[in-house]
Design a protein around this ligand. Structure first.
Ligand code: ADP
Ligand code: MG
Length: 473
C-alpha cells in the first residue's frame, strides 16, 4: 500500500465512524455495512458495493455527506467513486467502520451471524406479515402507454425507497392496476432489501385500526406501528373522505415519516383535487412529490394483457376469442381478467378448447358486459340528451370545435355528467373526446356560477337533470 492509500484509508474509517454517530444504527448498518473502502488515488477514494442498487442508494442519500466529511478531514477536495464488486469480495475487503481493533472485537460479539440468503418461505411470510399480496409483482404487470409512467415511477421507488419520489400518488379508475403496482413496490423491496420495514394497508384498514385503537386506548401503539416503518403503502385513500379524525392522524403520520425521509406511496381513484371532504393540509401533502395517473389500456395493451394472463395460467385460446374480448371489454383490466377466467374455467371443465361462438355466448352473460349494457346512466346518454335539447350532435359535443353554439352545451353536458354520475373528471374528460380533467372541472365551475346568477338558466339545467335521471329509472 502506498502512503496515500494508507492515509485515505484512515480518513475513510474516521468518516464512517462520524457518519455512524449521526444515523440511526439500523440505517447505518443497512447501507454502510454493504460498502467498503477499495483503494485510493490522488484526491480520490474508491468505494465498493455489492450491487448497483446499493450504490445508487448510497450515492443518492449519502454521497454529499461522505464527500464533505472526507474533504473536511483531509483538508482537500476529495472525489468519491463507487464501483460494483461481488459480495464475497466485499466481505474480503472488510467492513468500512472497523476503526479500532477494540471496536472490531466488540462488533464481532454483537454481530449477527453472517447474512444467509433468506429462504423463499421466510420472504413469503414477511410479505404476508406486512399485508402484501405476493402475487402482485412488477414482472406480471403488462406495461402499455397508459401505464408506463406509473410503472416506471413505482419501479424507481422500489429500487430507491425514500429517495426518488417521495411521496408518490398513483391515481386512476377502478381495476386499472393501482393495487397491483403498490404491492409490487412492497414485494420488490422485501425481495431486495429485507431489512427495510414495509407496511401495506388500505385506507379502510388504517381507519378501522385507528378507531379500534381509540376504543381500546391503544392509540400510542397505533402511532408507533405506523411511524416506525421505512415504507408505508396506503391503498385507496379516497376512502378517507369525510373521516376527519383519521385524516388528522394520517396527517401526523405523514409528517413524521416525511421528516425522516421514509417512503410513502398512496393510491386514489381520482386526482386529489377532486376529493371532497379532505382537509387542505392533508390533500396538499398527497399532492407533494409525484402524482402519476393510470389510464385504461388501449387495444394492443389489452391483447398483451390477455396473452400474458393466459400464459401465466398455462392455458390457450384462439386469437379470435382474445380479439373479441379485447374489443368488447375496454373499461379496465379487472374486467378483462374476469372474462378470461370465465372462459378458461369453462374450457378446463370441458377439457377442450372453446369455439368462438361458445366464447361469445359465455361472454354475453358476463357481469362486466351486462353492466355495460344496462349501465345506470352513461356519459354518452347525457351527451345525447343534452345534444338533442340544444340541437347539436354528440359528435360535435365531443369534437374540438369552439363555436359559441357548441361551448355551452358541451359545458352543460360535462356539468351534468359530473353532477349525476359517479365518474371521475378524468373519466368524463376521456368520454368527451379525450379532454383533460381540468377542462371538466372548469366547465363544472362555470355552469355552477351561471346557475347562481341566472334563475332561468338554472331551471333549464334542472329540467335536463330531471329528464336524465328519469331515463335512468
Ligand atoms: P385497482 O387497484 O386499480 O382497482 P388492481 O390492481 O386491483 O386495480 O387490478 C385489477 C386486476 O387487474 C388485478 O388482478 C391486476 O393484477 C390486474 N391488472 C391490472 N393492471 C394490469 C396490468 N397492466 N398488467 C397485468 N395485470 C394487470
Ligand atoms: Mg385497488
Amino acid at each position: 500500500m502506498s502512503d496515500i492509500q494508507t492515509t485515505y484509508f484512515e480518513f475513510w474509517q474516521e468518516t464512517a465512524s462520524r457518519i455512524k454517530e449521526t444515523l440511526p444504527q439500523q440505517e447505518f448498518n443497512t447501507w454502510f455495512n454493504r460498502i467498503a473502502y477499495l483503494r485510493s488515488e490522488e484526491r480520490k477514494v474508491i468505494l465498493a458495493g455489492a450491487s448497483q442498487f446499493i450504490l445508487d442508494t448510497v450515492i443518492a442519500r449519502y454521497r454529499d455527506l461522505i464527500v464533505n466529511t472526507l474533504s473536511e478531514l483531509t483538508g482537500e477536495d476529495i472525489n468519491v467513486e463507487f464501483v460494483v464488486v461481488s459480495r464475497s469480495e466485499i466481505e474480503h475487503i472488510g467492513k468500512p467502520h472497523e476503526t479500532t481493533k477494540q471496536e472490531v472485537i466488540q462488533e464481532k460479539v454483537v454481530e449477527a451471524p453472517p447474512k444467509q440468503r433468506i429462504s423463499e418461505e421466510k420472504t413469503l411470510k414477511m410479505k404476508t406479515d406486512c399485508n402484501l399480496n405476493p402475487s402482485y409483482e412488477f414482472n406480471t404487470f403488462v406495461i402499455g402507454d397508459n401505464s408506463a409512467f406509473a410503472y416506471n415511477a413505482s419501479l424507481a421507488i422500489a429500487k430507491n425507497p425514500g429517495v426518488s419520489y417521495n411521496p408518490c400518488l398513483i391515481y386512476g379508475g377502478v381495476g386499472l392496476g393501482k393495487t397491483h403496482l403498490l404491492n409490487s413496490i412492497g414485494n420488490y423491496i422485501i425481495n431486495n432489501t429485507p431489512e427495510l420495514k414495509v407496511m401495506y394497508v388500505t385506507a379502510e384498514m388504517f381507519t378501522n385500526e385507528f378507531i379500534e385503537s381509540i376504543g381500546s386506548q391503544k392509540t400510542q401503539h397505533f402511532k408507533n406501528k405506523f411511524r416506525k416503518v421505512d415504507v408505508l403503502l396506503i391503498d385507496d385513500i379516497h376512502f378517507l373522505q369525510g373521516k376527519d379524525s383519521t385524516q388528522e392522524e394520517l396527517f401526523h403520520t405523514f409528517n413524521n415519516l416525511y421528516e425522516s425521509k421514509k417512503q410513502m406511496v398512496f393510491t386514489c381513484d381520482r386526482p386529489i383535487s377532486e376529493l371532497k371532504n379532505i382537509t387542505d393540509r392533508l390533500s396538499s401533502r398527497f399532492e407533494r412529490g409525484l402524482n402519476v395517473d393510470l389510464q385504461p389500456p388501449n387495444y394492443e395493451t389489452r391483447m398483451a394483457i390477455l396473452k400474458k394472463k393466459l400464459f401465466e395460467r398455462g392455458a390457450s385460446m384462439s386469437d379470435e376469442i382474445l380479439n373479441y374480448i379485447a374489443t368488447n371489454v375496454c373499461t379496465n383490466v379487472r374486467d378483462l381478467e374476469s372474462s378470461l377466467t370465465k372462459l378458461v374455467a369453462y374450457s378446463e371443465l370441458l377439457g377442450q378448447e372453446i369455439s368462438f361462438d361458445k366464447g361469445k355466448e359465455l361472454l354475453g352473460i358476463l357481469p362486466s358486459l351486462a353492466a355495460n349494457a344496462n349501465q345506470t346512466l352513461s356519459i354518452d346518454t347525457i351527451i345525447k340528451v343534452v345534444g338533442e335539447y340544444f340541437n347539436v350532435s354528440s359528435f360535435e359535443i365531443k369534437g374540438k370545435k369552439k363555436n359559441k353554439s357548441l361551448i355551452q352545451p358541451r359545458q352543460i353536458a360535462m356539468f351534468l355528467a359530473r353532477d349525476i354520475t359517479e365518474y371521475s373528471t378524468t373519466e368524463i374528460g376521456t368520454e368527451f373526446g379525450g379532454r383533460d380533467h381540468t377542462t371538466v372541472m372548469h366547465s363544472y365551475d362555470r355552469i355552477e356560477s351561471l346557475m347562481k346568477g341566472d334563475e332561468a338558466f338554472a331551471n333549464t339545467i334542472m329540467k335536463l337533470k330531471r329528464d336524465l335521471t328519469s331515463v335512468k329509472k
